[in-house]
Design a protein around this ligand. Structure first.
Ligand SMILES: Nc1ncnc2c1ncn2[C@@H]1O[C@H](COP(=O)(O)OP(=O)(O)OP(=O)(O)O)[C@@H](O)[C@H]1O
Ligand SMILES: [Mg+2]
Length: 387
């Protein structure tokens, strides 16, 4: 039998799975529209278990660990029998998305390698306004915007309508619905007030890019590979719905819009657009310091100019969906893609020197493969923007 590539803990934090069961009992004929996709979408746990199964099929010795908001579980992972590598799928802790970055920070302190982005990169990308400012400073095109804490906007704000109003520190299309795209000042002020009330500040008011939407999956390091983009086609949306991936379009299989946004991969593209897209995506990846894999959400203007809406480090890896759809397009399998992400992470393994002795005698320094302390792998150079 082939040698196992190593041991891995698939780490996630999932608490309730309310609502999924009810979906299994919905009669599609009662919806009042023709559903395009399955109503009984898979639960988060089912998606994690599919990853576990796929890694086992590749020979990894896998432990699946649900933190369930309990720090002791994480302590046990790092202190007792740590794995060769952690597949970090944690997105929040104690219902606080800002704690997403604390989990890899903890793993860093213990020298346990993990897949995906660094704590810094995760923290930056949680803040859309900050990310956009960093992109701008690297000449990566992103829609013009204001970041606001108050429900007022200067009369001469300099942005061209239509505008989109969205919470700056949410993800997963939270706060995005039929009213998100505004065409005039009264609608802008009303929506701004509503978003501040529901999500707090800051709220982004951004130029709405009327054009195609592409999601670009990137995989690897130095440099990453840009996988064939996935296009979201809004032409089947019901009359009056704005062409966006709203919250309902993304998450609610009982809503018609969920069934009317069609994806296409690979997205057809001119050579010029391909070139501009690669430049923007590599620029964005470097600017915020992505690692291993990421997904960039892009809108393309009528003049074929790509604009980066946001950078998603550690994006969803559900089989056959989004990132994985792009990977499969270049012949990568679901298990193979997961393995390549883990191999990149495993190669960052840090063997810390032994802790200082408690007595008087200094202990000899252990020899790593690169000489004294040589196995202390230097961290990768930080991109300029993060200095
Ligand atoms: N400036 C814009 N121009 C056009 N469409 C936009 C713009 N900003 C947001 N959108 C639409 O809203 C969707 C969600 O926006 P965005 O990606 O910024 O937020 P998110 O909630 O973090 O998304 P995700 O679900 O990918 O985490 C986009 O996929 C796009 O359809
Ligand atoms: Mg997005």
């Amino acid at each position: 039998m082939a040698k196992s590539p190593g041991s891995v803990v698939v780490l996630f934090n999932a608490l309730s799975e309310e609502g999924y069961d009810e979906l299994k009992h919905v009669d599609p004929t009662t919806l009042g529209f023709e559903p395009e996709y399955d109503i009984a979408v898979s639960t988060v746990s089912e998606e994690y278990q599919a990853i576990v199964k796929a890694l086992r099929s590749e020979g990894w010795k896998v432990r699946s660990v649900n933190l369930k908001d309990d720090l002791k579980v994480l302590e046990r992972v790092v202190k007792r029998n740590p794995p060769d590598v952690v597949f970090n799928l944690v997105e929040s802790f104690r219902d606080e998305p800002e704690f997403e970055s604390a989990i890899p920070a903890y793993l860093d302190l213990y020298g346990v390698p993990y897949s995906g982005a660094t704590p810094l990169s995760l923290s930056i990308c949680r803040r859309k306004g900050l990310t956009k400012r960093i992109l701008q400073s690297h000449d990566v095109p992103t829609p013009k915007f204001l970041s606001l804490w108050e429900p007022s906007v200067s009369l001469r704000h300099g942005l061209k309508y239509p505008l989109i109003v969205k919470p700056a520190r949410e993800d997963a299309s939270a706060g995005l619905d039929k009213g998100s795209v505004v065409a005039d000042r009264p609608a802008l002020l009303a929506r701004l007030e509503q978003m501040l009330h529901e999500f707090g500040g800051p709220v982004l008011v951004e130029e709405f890019i009327e054009g195609r939407e592409l999601h670009v999956a990137m995989l690897g390091n130095d440099p990453p590979e840009i996988l064939p983009p996935l296009e979201y086609d809004f032409s089947e949306l019901p009359e009056g719905e704005p062409p966006i991936i709203s919250y309902a379009a993304k998450w609610n299989p009982l809503a018609e819009v969920f069934h009317r946004v069609i994806t296409r991969c690979p997205a057809p593209m001119s050579r010029t657009l391909q070139r501009r897209l690669s430049k923007a995506c590599l620029g964005a990846w470097n600017a915020v310091g992505c690692r291993d894999y990421a997904r960039l959400d892009i809108r393309v203007s009528k003049k074929d100019e790509p604009y980066v809406l946001e950078v998603n480090p550690n994006p969803d890896l559900t089989e056959g969906v989004s990132f994985m759809e792009s990977a499969e397009e270049v012949g990568l399998t679901f298990p193979g893609t997961l393995t390549s992400i883990l191999e990149m992470a495993k190669a960052r393994r840090t063997v810390w020197p032994p802790p200082p002795p408690l007595g008087n005698e200094p202990r000899p320094v252990e020899m790593g493969p690169m000489g004294p302390l040589g196995s202390l792998t230097p961290p990768p150079p930080a991109p300029d923007a993060l200095d």
